[in-house]
Design a protein around this ligand. Structure first.
Ligand code: HEC
Ligand code: HEC
Length: 281
């Protein structure tokens, strides 16, 4: 998509974001039949109205990533039922409240997942809880078909599903010590050991043959020399991506690296992208 198409695309997305919920309100009974029956996400649930007003155009009325505006996007909106959250700060593949709030308030993916600066902190928190609940219900569905024949009760399944979306191994990002110096040679050595097999020796994303995501859909390994970094290209976000990986994709967490090694990789990733080294999100 050339830059000239962006205003048009933005206009279509904004129009869809406004019109679809309006159309939906006119036909609440039809909507109720589409929304899954769980009262935690049905009309009246906390976050429901906000979700329909601000998110359904892209993510779909019931959060399966199939909103009408998705056709105008270069990146598929997340299916909250079936996909994990990708931009996380945990080692167990779950997203914290803060991860979700950051996604919703500040946006990701260079605006394909748009920022929503008009929402208050409380509104963002209720939306975060709402999408997490959709994610949990997805687990309930999968676990039910997997384990019900093993005799697990629905209460047990509910509990396992809740555990699956509850963060336990949250990382903290601390600035490297005063003696730390970003060093291209060290960064490159670590990169060749831990990253080049997928991202290619020069960072061009050509290390894997036909990679797939967790659901078996074709995926591209990021070209670190030119593709935008979707989760955020600042030091802290890059640290989280490298340490925690990108759940739902082949990009693995790196638990064995020391803090300094991760920082070297952060700077080396920015070096590959030719970015200025200022601290930003
Ligand atoms: C213009 C379309 C659009 C709208 C409107 C939109 N999103 Fe998204 N959203 C996306 C896209 C596209 C992605 C996938 C980004 C990616 O994969 O990098 C996404 C991803 C997400 C994610 C997943 C982040 C992660 O860690 O994987 C969350 C959570 C999310 N959106 C919540 C919301 C909420 C809540 C709203 C309403 C306030 C909303 N979105 C509105 C397009 C949209
Ligand atoms: C097993 C393959 C694999 C390995 C190993 C790997 N990556 Fe990735 N990486 C991927 C894939 C696939 C994506 C794209 C994920 C997506 O589409 O959301 C990705 C995405 C990224 C991103 C972009 C995240 C964003 O927010 O858009 C960065 C940065 C990155 N990798 C850096 C690294 C670094 C540094 C290493 C080494 C420590 C590494 N990767 C190791 C497969 C890998």
């Amino acid at each position: 998509m050339t830059p000239n198409h962006r205003p048009f695309r933005a206009a279509v997305v904004v129009a869809a974001a406004v019109l679809i919920p309006l159309a939906a309100c006119r036909n609440e009974s039809k909507l109720a039949s589409i929304i899954p029956l769980s009262p935690t996400v049905a009309p009246g649930a906390i976050g429901y109205e906000l979700y329909q007003a601000h998110c359904a155009a892209c993510h779909g009325r019931d959060g399966r990533g199939d909103g009408i505006a998705r056709t105008f996007l270069g990146v598929t909106p997340r299916d909250f039922w079936n996909e994990p959250f990708r931009y996380v700060s945990t080692l167990d593949g779950t997203a914290t409240e803060e991860d979700l709030a950051q996604t919703i308030g500040l946006g990701r993916t260079n605006g394909e997942m748009p920022a929503a600066p008009w929402l208050s902190d409380e509104e963002i928190a209720s939306l975060a809880a709402y999408v997490r609940e959709l994610n949990r219900l997805g687990w309930v569905g999968r676990l039910t078909s997997e384990f019900q024949s093993d005799g697990l009760t629905s209460a047990e399944i509910e509990q396992i599903a809740t555990e699956r979306v509850t963060p336990e191994e949250i990382i903290t990002v601390t600035a490297p010590g005063w003696h730390f110096r970003p060093d291209v040679a060290t960064g490159r050595e670590l990169y060749m050991q831990s990253c080049a097999s997928c991202h290619g020796p020069d960072g061009r994303g050509d290390g894997l043959d036909k990679p797939l995501d967790e659901r078996g859909r074709p995926i591209t390994v990021r070209d670190l020399t030119r593709s935008p970094i979707r989760g955020g290209s600042g030091h802290i976000e890059l640290y989280k991506r490298i340490r925690c990986g990108v759940p739902g994709t082949p990009m693995p967490a790196q638990e064995a690296l020391t803090d300094e090694q991760v920082w070297q990789l952060v700077f080396f990733t920015q070096y590959l992208a030719g970015k200025p080294k200022g601290v930003h999100r």
